[in-house]
Design a protein around this ligand. Sequence first.
Ligand code: MN
Length: 377
Amino acid sequence: MKKVLILGSTGSIGRQTLEVIRQNKKHFQVVGLVCRSNIDLLKEQIKEFCPSYVGVYDKKNNLREKNIKSFYGEKEILKLIKLINCDIVVIAISGAAGLKPALTAIKSNKNIALATKEVMVLAGKLIKKELKKRPKVKLFPIDSEHSAIWQSLRAGNKKEVEKIILTCSGGPFLRKKPKDLETVNFKQALNHPNWKMGNKITIDSATLMNKGLELIEAKWLFDIPVEKIEIVVHPQSILHSAVLFQDGSIIGQFGLPDMKVPIQYALSYPKRLKNNLPRVSFTELKSLSFEKPDLKTFTCLRLAYDAIKIGGTMPTVLNAADEVAVELFLKEKIKFLDIPKIIFQAMNKHKTIKNPGLSEILLVDKLTRKMIYENYQ
Ligand code: MN
């Protein structure tokens, strides 16, 4: 029986994690739930899963639940992460807010199942350094592409890897050109063809920034230079990513697009548990197709390449500017094509810090956000 703490339990990944656990009650026990502010759903989850610890980021709330230790606000939640006795911490808090909890979990010798890619984008180097100090502590990726790469890598050893093939659905605006994108609104951008996800990541999939962030995430997770990662557009989202080995063999992971599969694998690793989710039938699929990403139209992806090449705090600026720009777009304060413009301007103004520590990363993150908010008041 694995004891699980879920950070972000009321979000999209959090709810799906609980669904996986609901189907596998023999294997997993929920010992802690943390959310930002959705108290009503949290209460339902408490009733069903009976955790002994709960946390709420938004301090205004009060749970008044009996027999449960409750924690309010970031400081106390970090304390909860240190205190709790568990085997796995699921990090499913959206955005840069996942960084401190992830580092705290690792430093208190807990395995993490990581859904929040921003953690690796901001602090991949730091996270890897902390993991190296603690060989027993493991990081299990939940991001579907990275789960696919992780699964594929089990077919050989690291030295035998020639290239990682990172697949990308292309999002709702695949094959569109810049002039088509001038007038698109947030409803069109939120209409992802294959995946149902939270708003931030869905907009990132429309701009291809999601793939840019995943490129940086893959570089750190698998310790591989970006030149050895090829992004391939695959509109059907059936091949979730693959690894090319030096003998020419490509090993990939196929499946229907459902986050419960990578979530379940991250929780059950190294075992594979049975489930009743729908299966891929190759004979029913008409075809699988592949094409090159259009970096001229989807400039966010090019900005991600630039940011990781520069390194240091530049990916932090890329991410912070993107988070704010997406929020402004969802509030209809800017147009779709303003998203890459805002990110480009923020990167252009930034003086990179080469080997930043946590406090420098968080400061750059904060200042980047503040600067953009001030410009769009
Ligand atoms: Mn992904």
